[in-house]
Design a protein around this ligand. Sequence first.
Ligand SMILES: C[S@@+](CC[C@H](N)C(=O)[O-])C[C@H]1O[C@@H](n2cnc3c(N)ncnc32)[C@H](O)[C@@H]1O
Length: 288
Amino acid sequence: MDFIEVVIQTNIDSGELLGMLRSGGSLGAWESDGFLHLFWPEDQWNPAAFADLTQVLMQMGVEDRENLLTIRSVPDQDWNAEWAKSLRPIRLGRHLRIRQSWHEPDPAFDGIELVIDPKRAFGTGYHATTQLVIEWLEDHIGGGERILDVGTGTGVLAMAAIRLGAASALAVDNDPVAIECAWEYCSANGFGPELELRATSFEDLEAVGYDVVVANLDIRTMPGFCPHLRRLLKPGGIACLSGLQPQDFDEISEALARVKLHICGRTNREEWIALTIRDSKFGIEGGS
Ligand SMILES: C[S@@+](CC[C@H](N)C(=O)[O-])C[C@H]1O[C@@H](n2cnc3c(N)ncnc32)[C@H](O)[C@@H]1O
């Protein structure tokens, strides 16, 4: 079978781009010298796939997208090996390491290792918004918590929370493809019934009172999530909201104040911020 290779002159993250594509079918991507190479089986490359790609590039801020794209047919070749070569295991926070299945475990590493291959869900560990929540979990999981992970993508945050000591997690995503990928990762990493995956939107979740809620969502979705956070978090519970940028702070702060939640901590990486949220009744911890 032949493949379609799309080459884009950009420095955006391949895992992030793959995670945002809606149409599916892309086999993978790799980065090299300022170019991103994406591959589709020839029979899956169609106008809908092209429209999806250009839309995602626009969302990711790539300008002049059509002129930066080169599309060509390539014979069956071992592009997978090229892609694999470009990805390396990554250390997150103080305790975690994510590796791709084609890399061997590091015998010298005695922390928590998760195996996640980039497929069609966001959350391979390379993005700052994921990293901020992982670091937050390291500081806020004491042991035994019931976790809700909203917008789970690969399931990375729920998996990390359980390995850090949480008792159980419900991980939801309104994209069934993400949940399919998360299911594969959770099984491959040896998780069982303590980690429940559900293809649903947060609006449809019953309020059972979670000790900890993590949500790495975008600014279009986050304000609508705030009232749900209020009902999903147990009194005295704590949450981490990621996927936000400094200019979103006022809008989110107001949306939270309307439901009597407040921001009691803030961390940042690159152009991203993550916020720690508590119920107003339960006082303010450090941070601004
Ligand atoms: C930025 S990714 C985060 C993935 C992963 N949690 C991480 O931190 O790397 C956001 C995810 O939220 C999901 N999402 C968007 N709106 C949602 C909603 N209303 N309910 C549940 N999930 C949603 C998207 O499908 C996507 O997988």
